[in-house]
Design a protein around this ligand. Structure first.
Ligand code: KE4
Length: 427
């Protein structure tokens, strides 16, 4: 038994599934999760001392590379002054000002500790500010595990949602409607019938939780127009795409201004910082000013904010996104060439430092097409890469992430590893 096997067996005795977040359990791909002992730059090492090229990067936060010396130093300097005070600090002001500077649609922002908390709070604010209950989300998008968001499509277009998780009362789910991603006509139809009841539309403007899927400009432009027309809040969940696909996030790429934005991951640099913000007139509804309650013991934690601020400074260095985008594109192009040489039906996409790999002939443009990708082939590819020291997301329906430390040598090693893996699939 490997040390990973031993740790996994032991972990399962004290923690459900042996993990603190389900995707880490490898249930989708099978096999034993790798227990990380340390990480540096583009790499991490597991409990057997084996090195991996890491394409998860903590699901996005490690955009400057693991254990970046400037980030570690910022955390050390903050930590020696105390870990948490439950009182305001100047660092929170600096973080809020930086977010408002980098994401101009955000006029005011509230810091929290997870993307789930940010999305949940933002939806409560949207409902409180509009006095409406109905939320629209899209199949394949994930916004954390708040009850209102663990909902799948109802039987018909105008039927209310059904829970995707046990423990979510049907009464909660019925206030959430689930539509198809990249289907503008459905939005037109729902708004024409129920526009005055809709509190908010929440969307991943570049989706990463059904694998990477680009929104069409028409899809986002339609929801922007309809939300404005009907007084609903347009909410971009940029927990994953924020500071990942571009410095200003997907809203900068599409040049669409949402009313509210949800952020996380990169803004914590690996420590628990998330945020929600937007139009000042909406944010005024939040306690202690207004009637929408939201709070958090560790919100704006000084050590976490130090990690986030240090990361935000690094990504603003000249050329950071040009380099990150180029490296990600090199990776995807290299993988596509290797798959083609092996005669494997495969394609890939890359936006900024985020990528998607698809075992199918052409890029999926919606959830239904995404679900036709060959999951079994992905799983075999995943394990061939893992055995050879390349760590991809342990699911065919997750995106991948490149850091600034994935240099040409790392990309070349990944592509040559993939060439052998693809050949093993066609054998
Ligand atoms: P957290 O509560 O996990 O910090 O954020 C929830 C969330 C919200 N919105 C988007 C767009 C997200 O991608 C996420 C979390 N993403 C997953 C990756 N598929 C985190 C990994 C996990 O669940 O362990």
């Amino acid at each position: 038994m490997s040390n990973n096997d031993i740790l996994f067996e032991r972990a399962q005795r004290s923690t459900p599934g042996g993990v603190n977040s389900p995707v880490r359990a490898f249930r989708s791909v099978g096999g034993t999760p790798r227990f990380v002992t340390r990480a540096q730059g583009p790499y991490f090492w597991d409990a057997d001392g084996k090195r991996y090229i890491d394409y998860i990067g903590s699901w996005g936060p490690a955009i400057v590379g693991h254990a970046h010396p400037q980030v570690i130093s910022a955390v050390q300097q903050a930590a020696v002054n105390g870990l948490s005070f439950g009182a305001p600090t100047e660092g929170e002001i600096l973080m809020a000002e930086e977010i408002c500077k980098l994401v101009p649609s955000i006029e005011q922002v509230r810091l929290v500790s997870s993307g789930t908390e940010a999305a949940m709070s933002a939806l409560r604010l949207a409902r409180g500010a509009t006095g409406r209950d109905l939320i629209i989300k899209f199949e394949g998008c994930y916004h954390g595990h708040a009850d209102s968001l663990l909902v799948k499509a109802g039987s018909g277009l105008l039927t209310f949602g059904n829970p995707t998780s046990s423990g979510v009362p049907a009464d909660f789910a019925k206030h959430t409607m689930v539509l198809d991603y990249n289907h503008p006509q459905q939005l037109e139809d729902v708004f024409s019938k129920m526009g005055s009841s809709i509190a908010a539309v929440i969307v991943e403007p570049v989706a990463g939780n059904m694998n990477l899927l680009r929104a069409t400009p028409e899809f986002l432009q339609t929801m922007r127009r309809l939300c404005t027309q009907h007084g609903a809040i347009l909410m971009f969940d940029e927990v994953m795409s924020g500071f990942r696909v571009a410095l200003g996030g997907a809203q900068a790429l599409y040049d669409i201004k949402p009313d509210m934005t949800v952020l996380g991951k990169v803004i914590g640099g690996g420590l628990p910082v998330a945020a929600f913000g937007g139009r000042a007139d909406l944010m005024q509804h939040l306690a202690p000013l207004g009637g929408v309650y939201q709070a958090g013991t560790l919100s704006g934690n000084p050590v976490a904010v130090a990690a986030g601020m240090s990361t935000l400074k690094i990504i603003q260095q000249p050329g950071f996104y040009e380099h990150l985008t180029a490296q990600t594109r090199k990776l995807v192009d290299g993988l596509c060439s290797a798959a083609s040489e092996a005669g494997i039906d495969f394609c890939g996409d890359a936006i900024g430092g985020m990528f998607g790999l698809y075992f199918t002939r052409k890029l999926p443009v919606n959830y239904a097409e995404m679900m036709t990708c060959d999951k079994e082939r992905f799983n075999r590819f995943f394990h061939a890469m893992l055995d050879a020291g390349v760590y991809l997301a342990p699911s065919a329906f997750e995106a991948g992430f490149v850091s600034a430390m994935h240099d040409d040598a790392v990309i070349a090693e990944t592509v040559s590893t993939a060439a052998a893996a693809f050949k093993s699939l066609s054998a």
